[in-house]
Design a protein around this ligand. Sequence first.
Ligand code: DP6
Length: 356
Amino acid sequence: MVTQKDALTNGIMSCWKSPSNIALVKYWGKKGNQIPANASLSITLSEAYTITRMKASKAEAGKGPGVIFRFEGELNEAFGARIESFLKSVIPQLTFLTDVNLEIESGNNFPHSAGIASSASAMSALALCLCSIENSFKEEAINQDAFLRKVSYISRIGSGSACRSVYGGISIWGKHPSVDGSNDEYAVPLPFELHPLFTEIHDTILIVDPGQKKVSSSVGHNLMKGHAYAEARFNQANTNLTAILVALKQGDWDNFSLITENEALSLHAMMMTSRPGYLLMHPNSLEIIDKVAGFRKQTGAAVCFTLDAGPNIHLLYPANEVEKVKPLIEELKQYCYNGAAIEDKMGSGPLKLNCK
Ligand code: DP6
């Protein structure tokens, strides 16, 4: 058997590509150590991803983990410090960390300033590398399901939404009576076959504002503590989750669209009605939302929108509507920053890469 000490003498490498995700049923509000206040459901994307390369080498026993972190080739101390504190918090689950130093290099394929949340792809990529390195110390190969569950658990500690990026297609995070095996501590894949209408959902991300988020997620989640509508909101999300599962199974676009937009607007309603309140949409976000509704009424196209905790709009539509929706996208680009839009779609989840 290769001992941890032997394995670390030359250093152990791990490289992963991990995608971002967009929630349809939103996680907004948490308790305890990264436990969600309600269950959430997301689409794993394919074009917005992080690639992370990690090298573990031997540290003085018990003195690890030391961290050197480079983001897109540059040493990044601020993010390195966040990673170091995340690593300290997962020592109970990854005990080898106290005996290693880590060199981490990470990069996104989407511009840092595109206004796309990068914590989901970044934290899941990090967790994948960590759990792969842990596996190389194990005598017996761990089965894939158990591996992904652990990766999802570790990702969640880094950033809640990251735990859903571990699976391709659609993921669900949070204990929910409609989903057997669902759990607050890690995400699970959709427990049934998607209706063919939903097997290739497209997501055109309309970049209304490429700037940094006005409210960080952690501040946002905190605003739900003592929020006047908190309980109603958590119940609404759980009810929407049950309903969207039915829509996904039956190929019911109209209900899918109704629930998805209800979730997006409820998320923003929560922010508007928190104390202090925040308006995260821009006038151009509203223009887009209005135009989407108009286009749908006029053409009957299967297209709807969702938003993250910011002004950018995700336009969702099934593969068979791509041609029909094209003129709408062209029209909406006038409301985007320099006409920026990112073409993305549902993806197949993280990929292990050969380290070079
Ligand atoms: C609006 O996962 O970024 O995107 O757990 O504090 O890192 P932390 O929060 P984060 O929150 C995501 C909020 C959201 C909705 C969602 O992805 O479900």
